[in-house]
Design a protein around this ligand. Structure first.
Ligand SMILES: [Zn+2]
Length: 538
């Protein structure tokens, strides 16, 4: 009888120390389904109008996240505010008012905006005048980890750089260069624009081909002509001109300039490639309508318990925005229940538990803005971090969670690039799960989610995604998950009260457990030596 008296006294004292959740005496952070479901249902409801950037629904979402963070007793992440302003520019090229033209061999090319080429300012500026020389720079890559430099021997300030997308292809001698068949970040068009800006160029024209871009010209035409494009309006801006041309336009241009495009492409596959000035120019005025929109990231902190380690932080992130309200007939609301009301709701449910059972390091819950417009909120965060990146242990991102059911595995693609890989396995094992087998990253998925803005600045980071090995009714569950493809970025991405959220809770729990492992570890995780992103946190 005595023993049980001691046990119950112990249970009593633990219960007093952690007054909520009697279930396991409060020592474990256990993500609860009820709040996750409630937040998900609300964030995905028509009332929030699809959480659009620059729309009322977006403002309401920010106010809701802020109110919930306050109600949980979290600390504001930005001084005494939960909000971090993100200044965004909406830019729409006005081709009819622009006189921009390409000249080669002394004559203007007969090309039209949309069909043959597209352009837009990369620096949120409405009017630009160009009189600039064109230079072919191959893949436009500077890659110290591959000892590669396409810009060698030439000052490219003020030039218009014409370049190929993708990255140098594997050869018989070097089957693994630039990750073999997989896409490296050097191959992404976002990298090309960033590198051109670092080179001081006046602009970039990318040469499109379907195999190198992995999508057809119509995808570029639809997203670059007749629509408003969003970019950051403060911090690091892009080059004055950004654009694409079709393969046919490039051929006409190079031929008129007295060059052989195929021969230059072949030369660009070699390490000794040097920039090739073209007898061609970009001339005239480019006009665009530019409006500025202020959006907000929402940041809330659970302080760490260790007097020293509490100055370091683990950041959990999820984008709160989706596509908002568009059009004026039928269903006009892009609810984004899976994408990404699910991740936003999960972060709230996780924050409640992190607050109840804190860790040695601090933990930040970061809901970022404008992911759908090109990862803008996370880019703004990385360029003006609320917590020094040198003291940021890791970023774990959630985007579009499992609404189908619990799994035996969990997706941690990208974790293997850093010491997080090992911790990811430990966390999975502790939950009786396995790490899902990594697939070759042919389309560069690692570079298309918010965690990447942390990775680029040296912070170990990846997104946690659903497993595929469903425990209950595996065939039906798999079919349900696959059918989501048809609802992706459609008005039909809506919440359904019949959803089995066991998989979503499992993912949130896993993410929190892993974050706590990082937050309680002896030292900050590092990149594996030789990785392209193995740079000091900055
Ligand atoms: Zn998303």
């Amino acid at each position: 009888m005595k023993t049980s008296y001691v046990a119950s006294a112990l249970a009593m004292s633990l219960a007093l120390a952690f007054p909520v959740h009697a279930a396991d005496a409060g020592k474990n952070a256990v993500v609860q389904e009820a709040p996750l479901r409630a937040h998900l249902q609300f964030l995905a409801s028509d009332l929030l109008e699809g959480r659009g950037t620059g729309q009322r629904g977006g403002d309401l979402t920010v106010a809701y996240l802020e109110a919930q963070a306050m109600a949980l007793g979290l600390k504001p992440g930005n001084g005494n505010s939960f909000r971090q302003p993100v200044l965004i520019a909406g830019v729409k090229t006005q081709p009819a008012d622009s006189t921009l033209k390409l000249e080669a061999g002394g004559k203007p090319l007969d090309i039209s905006f949309g069909k043959d080429w597209v352009f837009s300012p990369g620096d949120a500026t409405a009017v630009h005048n160009f009189n600039a020389d064109l230079v072919f720079v191959g893949y436009g890559i500077t890659a110290p980890d591959e000892q590669w430099n396409d810009y060698k021997g030439m000052d490219l300030k003020g030039k218009i750089l014409v370049m190929m997308v993708n990255d140098p292809q594997p050869t018989a001698e070097q089957p693994n260069r630039f990750n073999g068949k997989g896409l490296t970040y050097y191959g992404r068009w976002t990298y090309k624009f960033e590198e051109a800006q670092r080179q001081g160029a006046a602009g970039v024209l990318l040469i499109h081909t379907t195999p190198t871009a992995s999508y057809g010209w119509s995808v570029i035409q639809n997203s670059w002509s007749g629509v408003e494009r969003f970019q950051l309006a403060a911090g690091t801006l892009g080059t004055p001109l950004q654009g694409w041309m079709t393969d046919d336009t490039a051929r006409a241009l190079f031929t008129a300039a007295g060059q052989d495009l195929d021969a230059l492409r072949a030369a660009a596959e070699k390490k000794d490639f040097k920039p090739v000035p073209l007898a061609a120019k970009l001339n005239g005025e480019m006009k665009a309508a530019v409006r500025k929109v202020e959006q907000f990231n929402v940041a809330a902190v659970v302080p760490g318990t260790d007097p020293k380690l509490k100055d370091e932080v683990v950041i959990y992130s999820a984008h709160w925005d989706h596509l908002g309200k568009q059009g004026d007939s039928g269903d006009t609301i892009f609810n984004g229940a899976v994408d990404n009301a699910s991740g936003s709701a999960a972060l709230l449910a996780m924050a409640a538990e992190a607050q109840r059972v804190p860790a040695r390091r601090s933990q930040m819950f970061l809901w970022v803005a404008a992911e759908e417009q090109g990862l803008l909120g996370s880019a703004a965060y990385a360029s003006s971090p609320l917590w020094p990146l040198t003291r940021t242990a890791a970023n774990l991102n959630l985007d579009s969670l499992n609404f189908v059911g619990a799994t035996r595995d969990i997706g941690t693609q990208g974790s293997e690039r850093t010491e997080l890989g090992k911790l990811a396995e430990t966390a999975a094992k502790a939950m009786g799960m396995q790490i899902a087998a990594a697939k070759p990253d042919l389309a560069g998925g690692y570079f298309r989610s918010d965690h990447f803005n942390f990775a680029k600045n040296g912070v170990p980071a990846f997104s946690i995604s659903s497993g595929r090995d469903y425990i209950k009714d595996p065939e039906a569950a798999k079919a349900k998950a696959q059918a989501y493809g048809k609802r992706y970025h459609q008005v039909s991405d809506e919440y359904d009260a019949s959803w089995d959220l066991s998989g979503m809770v499992q993912t949130a729990q896993y993410t929190l457990n892993l974050g706590r492992l990082i937050a309680n570890a002896a030292k900050l995780p590092e990149w594996k030596a030789g990785d392209a992103f193995a740079v000091p946190r900055n």
